[in-house]
Every structure is written in C-alpha cells, then in structure tokens.
Design a protein around this ligand. Structure first.
Ligand SMILES: NC(=O)c1ccc[n+]([C@@H]2O[C@H](COP(=O)([O-])OP(=O)(O)OC[C@H]3O[C@@H](n4cnc5c(N)ncnc54)[C@H](OP(=O)(O)O)[C@@H]3O)[C@@H](O)[C@H]2O)c1
Length: 330
C-alpha cells in the first residue's frame, strides 16, 4: 500500500487507515464481536494499513482494550492514534480538558493499549470550561515525557458547535491557531466525504499549507456511500444513524442519486462504491488519510483496496455533478 507522511514529524502510515469505532461503539451493537473485529484488524494490517484510530470513550474503554490486543502482538505494524477529552456521561457526552485529567487519561490509555507510547494523541473535543491552550499544554508535556509522539485535534463536533452565520470550521481554525502557539499540531481529524465536503473549504488548505496531516473521519458517510444500506431498513436504538437526519427513510431515498453516481464510477473501474468514495478522499492531497470504520474483514480488505484505485478526470467531474446531500443537523 502507498505510504503517506503526516505532520512535521513526518510520521509514516499506510494511505488507508482503519477506524476501530464501529467494533465497540455507535453502530449496530448486536453485531459487535471482538474476535471478528480482531481478524478484521489483522486483515487490514496484512494489506498495508497501519493507522488504527480509536478513542478512550469508544465502548467506553473496550475499543482501546481490543486495539491493545493487536498492539501486543504487532506493535511494529501499527500506528496507533487515540483520543482524550470526551467522556460518556449519564445523559450525553461530556468534555474534560483539565490538565490533571489529561495526564491520568493518557496513562490509562497506555495501559489499555499495552503500549509504551501513543503515536498520535488527539484532543477529542475542546472543553468549553478550560482554555484549549491549557489542555494542549498538558498534552505537549506528554510528548516531552515520551508517552506520546505527536498531537492532533479533532473537529468532528464542529457541526454541532457552530455559531449562527459562521462557517463550519471557523471555530476549529481559531482553536488550531491558538494551540499552534503552544506546541505544533501534527494532525487534524474531521469529517470528510463525498456527501460532507465542508472540510475542503478552509480546513484542508490550512493543513496543507503547514504540513499538517488530515484524518478523514466518516469517509463512507456512516456507511451510506457504500450502497449497502436500504431506505427504511431501520437501525438499532443505540446506532448513531437511528437519530441522524440523513438516515430517515425519506432522506435515504432522496440521497440515492449520490450512491447511484458512485456506483456508475465504480463500474468503470471494476471497483465498489465504497472504494470510489475512499479514492475521492485520498485524491484530496498527499497529507490526507481516510479512516473508514469497519468491524469485519470483508470490509477492511475492500477498503484497503481503495489505495490502488486512481480515479480519472471524468470520474471527478461526474462526482462533482452529484446532488448535495439532503438531511441536515441545522
Ligand atoms: N474524532 C471524532 O469525533 C470521530 C467521530 C466519528 C468518527 N471518527 C473516526 O472515524 C472513523 C470512521 O467513521 P465512521 O466509522 O463513523 O463512519 P464511516 O467510516 O463513514 O462508515 C462506517 C460504516 O460503514 C460500514 N462499512 C465500512 N466499510 C464498508 C464497505 N466496504 N462496504 C459496506 N459497508 C462498509 C461499516 O459497517 P460495519 O459497522 O458493519 O463494519 C460502518 O457501519 C471511526 O471509526 C472513528 O475512528 C472520529
């Protein structure tokens, strides 16, 4: 698999990463199965994927434990990226950016991951109660202490946190400018896919101009862009898509032309819609690494295969003419 470098420290990873979240969190809990997921991770690593993206809150904690089982066996094959600063509360998710908490959380992640060092430590959400520079300062100390190799900032919550009239990533860019004064940002993680292209406007160029890597979260549109979901199929109550405005039966039906377009392009390359969706993300720049989430080997193999798919100018032109996604959080 092609290798990509992220951040000023030139961290090398396989071009297609693996999002481990669906193995323990957010998607169809009744189909989560640790042994199947472990096999899926090994399949991805065998095919050249190296970046495994997890977080302490996935599970909570069980996803890091799962990744830890892989790290114990194959530390040399894995670039492990995890996250701090978001906890599962009784009613909703709670941010915690207190320096003391960050220090304790890092030690706990290292124990669960059975590792001496975390390759990329990402701030999952900025805590509105704590200046982001303070949280980032505590994370920087972890680099100095040798517990963490590089720091990243997640901007996946930007959609919900946006002020009226502001562009989606205005606040992310403000945070990035602030934390950059404290310690270099190696990587930004935000949603980027054919049906959620907002990061292309300002965030991706900001990263490109500074040699900062970009992890594309939800590159498969929470599975929709793969064409494997049917309008009205329904989702388990704890599946994020049960409350997602683009996953009502009406919106899934309204957005079918997007999948149909990806399928047309895929047929020209003997590929799948998922691979086309990932190739589109990969083509956004050499600093971009998609982290498709999956919990079975069939998907991790298919997704790794996207690294060799080169779309032609007419493919990009066709994708550019697809309708904008319907169904919004706003
Ligand atoms: N920083 C943050 O706040 C944040 C937020 C969200 C996500 N993320 C990261 O981004 C990663 C990716 O996002 P995501 O997992 O939410 O969404 P995604 O990658 O867009 O889609 C994941 C879904 O697609 C399905 N899938 C994967 N490959 C497939 C294929 N080839 N064919 C058919 N279906 C396929 C998976 O099914 P199965 O579940 O059946 O395997 C899963 O339900 C996460 O795992 C996580 O690491 C970060």
């Amino acid at each position: 698999m092609e290798r990509r470098t992220i951040g000023a420290a030139a961290l090398e990873v396989g071009a297609v990463g693996l999002g481990c979240m669906p193995m323990s969190w957010a998607y169809s809990a009744s189909r989560q199965d640790g042994e199947t997921s472990l096999r899926a991770v090994h399949t991805a690593l065998d095919l050249g994927t190296s970046l495994l993206d997890t977080a302490d809150m996935y599970g909570p904690f069980t996803n890091e434990l799962l990744v830890g089982r892989v790290l114990k066996e194959r530390r040399g094959d894995v670039f492990v990226s995890t996250k701090v600063g978001l906890l599962v509360g009784e009613q909703h998710l709670v941010a915690n950016g207190r320096p003391g908490y960050v220090r304790r959380a890092c030690d706990a992640s290292l124990r669960r991951l059975q590792a001496d060092v975390i390759d990329l430590y990402q701030l999952h959400r900025a805590d509105p109660e704590i200046p982001v520079e303070e949280t980032w300062g505590a994370m920087a100390e972890l680099v100095t202490a040798g517990k963490v190799r590089a720091l990243g900032l997640c901007a996946v919550g930007a959609r919900a946190g946006r002020r009226a009239g502001a562009q989606m990533h205005d606040e992310t860019l403000r945070q990035l400018r602030s934390v950059q004064q404290v310690f270099p940002v190696s990587c930004v993680q935000a949603e980027l896919s054919v049906w959620s292209p907002e990061a292309l406007d300002a965030l991706l160029p900001w990263c490109a101009a500074r040699g900062v890597g970009f992890l594309a979260a939800m590159p498969l549109g929470n599975g929709f862009l793969t064409g494997s979901l049917k309008p009205g199929q329904g989702f388990e109550p704890d599946d994020v898509r049960a409350r997602h405005p683009r996953f009502t039966a009406d919106m899934m039906a309204a957005n079918q032309p997007i999948v149909a377009g990806l399928r047309r392009v895929a047929e020209r390359h003997s590929a799948t819609p998922a691979q086309v969706a990932l190739a589109w993300v990969l083509a956004r720049g050499p600093h971009v690494v998609p982290v498709p989430g999956a919990k079975r080997g069939r998907w991790t193999a298919e997704n790794a295969g996207a690294s060799t798919l080169r779309l032609a100018p007419e493919d990009f032109a066709e994708i550019a003419t697809l309708p904008a996604a319907q169904g919004s959080w706003d």
